[in-house]
Ligand binder design. Structure first.
Ligand SMILES: [Zn+2]
Length: 484
């Protein structure tokens, strides 16, 4: 992962780890020090080894200074190794593979206290509130332990996207035990691109190993990480780095063992953006890498489109942790996250798929008292309204660029329904459900055939409320239609 093999730097074949029955776990001096009183098997058992902890301390020894250890990241960039080892070696019960970030329940600050809530917490801080990714390390804040884990999230998303999801381009994945790409090592790159996505971090590390950054300030080191990452994957990640708070201004004193000033000005951000633009890189396939987690990595890898029917498989629920829209993930296949909006269409929270339920059967979507609507989001950014069905109107349905209308609505028995899809392309699959989610019929055809079939179907239906949904594979629409 660090590129020791790729860049032929694998000189040492061992790293020193020593144990005592005192002193705690730490890195420094001779190497990694483990304390047997913290649990014998954690240090000394092949089956009980604390994979995260050992990776963490060895990670400290292997942090690249100063380029990948700017102020605030002392307990972050080492955990890139913990995440990678834990994901590959730890076998949770059940079939889902995930890490502490998806599995643990952290203290609440703004997002309810449920499993995986650090994703929701950091998304609110950065994407929604516009804070810098390092803002929570300012000396006037507390709760530093969890700040480490929350700010780790976007780094994990880069690992997932480029090491495991093949950059959504079918590129080879990074093998765990050889520092080489899976499926042998002949062409560890994206098809036809020559880019070695799987070794993105190795490439970034090699760049800073070979650059004298000793005179750079903390903010410049962080901006270089953004530029080096874009260069490594040859993609324009400015949207990702803006959403995740790297390209957001900050000017504050950061507490991270020592203290130091971290300054990122708008002008520094503009310089980074101009640099990336000058390279002419394309945007990544997925516009929502900032919603990626171990729970959704297959949707990004295999390009699986989100699907679901508005109003089906979602209900409001309250428990001791708060109010949620409880989403049945089997009814919302391949959703990678759920966005929660107010009545005024303001985004107020994002819940990654599987939030609150590591079995991935459900997602506990944050639904505070001012929430009104929830959209499911696919790996490609496509959004489908999940809830509510009752206020659904054509303008609530976010397709790609097309408009979709059904009229008249409500419809009387002798009315002819007209379905109009602007710039309709190809064949659509149309489904009719009752508002309670009961499936009634499905058919395929072009816009003309869909119009004909819908009218035939509706002639035979009793009075009531129905949900009409369409998809052509790229665009999906759904609407409630009232028959009276
Ligand atoms: Zn540490």
């Amino acid at each position: 992962m660090m590129g020791f093999f790729k860049f032929n730097k694998n000189i040492k074949n061992r790293q020193l780890v020593y144990t005592e029955s005192t002193g705690g776990w730490f890195a420094g001096g001779l190497g990694v020090h483990l304390d047997l009183t913290w649990g014998l098997s954690n240090s000394a058992s092949a089956t009980g080894l604390d994979i995260w902890g050992v990776g963490h301390e060895l990670g400290h020894v292997n942090q690249v200074r100063p380029g990948l250890k700017w102020i605030g990241t002392t307990e972050i960039t080492n955990n890139l190794y913990s995440l990678w080892a834990y994901y590959n070696l730890y076998s949770p019960t059940g079939s889902n593979r995930f890490t502490r970030l998806e599995g643990e329940t952290a203290d609440k600050t703004t997002f309810p206290k449920v499993a995986g809530n650090r994703f929701g917490e950091i998304i609110i801080q950065t994407q929604i509130n516009g804070k810098n990714i390092m803002d929570q390390f300012r000396i006037d804040y507390v709760n530093a332990l969890d700040a480490n884990f929350r700010s780790l999230v976007p780094f994990w998303q880069l690992e997932l996207y480029y090491q495991l999801a093949g950059a959504s381009k079918g590129a080879q994945r990074l093998a765990f035990d050889s520092d080489m790409s899976d499926e042998d090592t002949q062409t560890p790159s994206g098809p036809g691109t020559g880019v070695d996505y799987a070794h993105w971090f190795a490439t970034v590390a090699e760049k800073v190993r070979n650059t004298d950054e000793s005179q750079l300030n903390q903010g410049q080191l962080m901006m270089n990480f953004v530029k080096n990452t874009c260069d490594a994957v040859q993609e324009d990640l400015t949207d990702f780095f803006t959403s995740t708070g790297f390209l957001r201004p900050i000017n504050g004193t950061i507490s991270d063992y020592s203290t130091d000033q971290l300054t990122v000005t708008q002008s520094m951000i503009d310089d980074v953006k101009a640099y990336i633009l000058s390279k002419g890189y394309a945007k990544p396939v997925s516009p929502v890498i900032n919603y990626l987690s171990a729970n959704s990595v297959n949707a990004f890898k295999d390009l699986l489109p989100v699907s679901g029917v508005t109003g089906v498989g979602a209900q409001i629920t309250n428990n001791a942790q708060g109010q949620f829209l409880l989403v049945d993930n089997s009814k919302w296949t391949n959703a990678v996250a759920f966005e929660t909006y107010t009545a005024a269409n303001q985004l107020i929270s994002v819940s990654i798929v599987g939030t609150g339920d590591t079995t991935l059967a459900n997602t506990y979507v944050d639904f505070p008292s001012n929430a009104q609507k929830v959209y499911a989001v696919g790996y490609d950014g496509q959004k489908i309204l999940v809830y509510p069905a009752s206020s659904l109107a054509a303008e609530d349905v976010k397709g790609s660029n097309n408009d979709f209308t059904v009229y008249p609505n409500p419809v009387k028995n002798d009315d002819r329904i007209t379905i109009s899809i602007k710039d309709a392309k190809g064949n659509y699959t149309c489904k009719i459900h009752t508002v309670a989610g009961q499936f009634l019929s499905e058919f395929k055809g072009n816009s003309e055939e869909i119009n004909r079939r819908v009218n035939t179907q509706f002639n035979g239906l009793t009075k009531g409320v129905y949900i009409l949904s369409f998809s052509n594979g790229n665009e999906s629409y759904a609407t409630k239609i009232i028959k009276n």
